[in-house]
Design a protein around this ligand. Sequence first.
Ligand code: SAM
Length: 250
Amino acid sequence: MRIDILTLFPELVEGALTAGLLGKAIEKGILDVGVTNIRDFAHDRHRTVDDEPYGGGAGMVMQCAPIYEAVESLRGRNSLERVILLSPRGRRLDQPMVRALAGRPDMVLLCARYEGVDERVSSDLVTDEISIGDYVLSGGELPALVVVEAVSRMLPGVIGDWESVETDSFFSGMLGPPQYTRPPVFRGMEVPAVLREGNHAAIARWRRKEALRVTRARRPDLLVNMTEEDKKLLAELALEARTPERENEP
Ligand code: SAM
């Protein structure tokens, strides 16, 4: 997969592309990420890429020409079928969107700064707008890296053990179950016995039930399209909630 990131701060993006699993994916050639400095397409010797907004008001707006030319410079390396603007006005990123993007051969991620881009960029050049949440950052670089990292996890060969992706929050439409590692007892807190007993069917059932428990408590909106087994586990959870353990009884 090829991803091109257009930015005024290449150094902000480049560092993140060398670390961890993302760095390895790029090293292995599973993912090819190009970083283009929009300022290289400025038209004056001051390398200006922004101007005052028509109609007045605070802040500056990124001009059309450098952005159009930066995108057009990618022809031959990128199909330009998806030019995605990172924007708080965009559709909120979620795991189904990440999976859909991971199925594409390439995409362009456009990072804005200042008050954003001239509206003609978003209405004509841009095919999609993606937001990473209902808050405002100073630039699209961190949101673009969020997209790159989330998409890279879906590419075959990036995560060694695919099972760990399948148990991630949101992969199966709900939050992930709790995880434990050694030691078995830490400051009096014990790892649940079922996880240490090696019964794989029992472990899978326990994980599904705990995933349902945490999802029901924190994100009940995700509990849709439940299987018959899920419904059974939810009924068990409801029963447990009605009959709390009486620890001090003889
Ligand atoms: N005036 C813009 C608005 O109210 O929508 C905000 C501009 S913001 C200061 C500068 C740039 O940061 C945005 O154009 C966008 O590229 C990026 N950005 C900020 N918050 C974002 C978010 N939640 N998701 C994606 N991109 C974001």
